[in-house]
Design a protein around this ligand. Structure first.
Ligand SMILES: [Zn+2]
Ligand SMILES: [Zn+2]
Length: 166
């Protein structure tokens, strides 16, 4: 491709029209000066695009939190109920790991990958609450080690998958 020097025009920052710049946002392609450019892991972007991505990243609405809580509670509650049939609580560790991954997967699917700042907390809390409810319904001793280990592992996995970090 040939570049035509004569046609090249001076370009200016979209926010500061008096500042000449050749730097463009790699998302919306607007020109931006050094002050307006933000270095992100995916390159230089304008402040507006960075803000939009931030908002997109934390798209968890209040309704999402309800979905997260419901999915986490139901799936981990079923898992906790299954734990009641495990004779040796040490086995719980090995079974709780894939269940935790499964619960996290179901949550992600249910909210279509959207995340909120508190998704991890909500999911983990729902897991613990659901496990306690299973203990109460099943009249299992509240100091049932296996179920607490289960709740800890599953809640920990869910929290880790959804903590607000990139
Ligand atoms: Zn932009
Ligand atoms: Zn600028």
């Amino acid at each position: 491709m040939q570049t035509n020097i004569e046609q090249e025009q001076l370009t200016y920052c979209a926010v500061h029209p008096d500042r000449e710049t050749g730097l463009r946002c790699n998302k919306c392609e607007r020109y931006m000066c050094a002050q307006c450019a933000v270095l992100t892991p995916v390159g230089y972007r304008c402040r507006e695009c960075v803000r939009t991505v931030d908002n997109k990243f934390f798209t968890g609405t209040n309704q999402d939190y309800l979905i997260v809580a419901a999915v986490a509670a139901i799936s981990s509650g079923l898992g906790a109920a299954a734990m009641l049939f495990i004779p040796i609580w040490l086995f719980v560790i090995f079974i709780a790991l894939p269940i935790g991954g499964g619960v996290a997967y179901l949550i992600r699917r249910a909210v279509q990958g959207r995340r909120g700042r508190y998704t991890g907390y909500v999911g983990a809390a729902a897991v613990v609450i659901a496990t306690v409810i299973v203990m109460l319904i099943s009249r299992t001793d509240l100091i049932n080690i296996g179920l607490w280990v289960y709740a800890g592992i599953v809640a920990g996995i869910v929290y880790n998958r959804f903590d607000g970090k990139l």
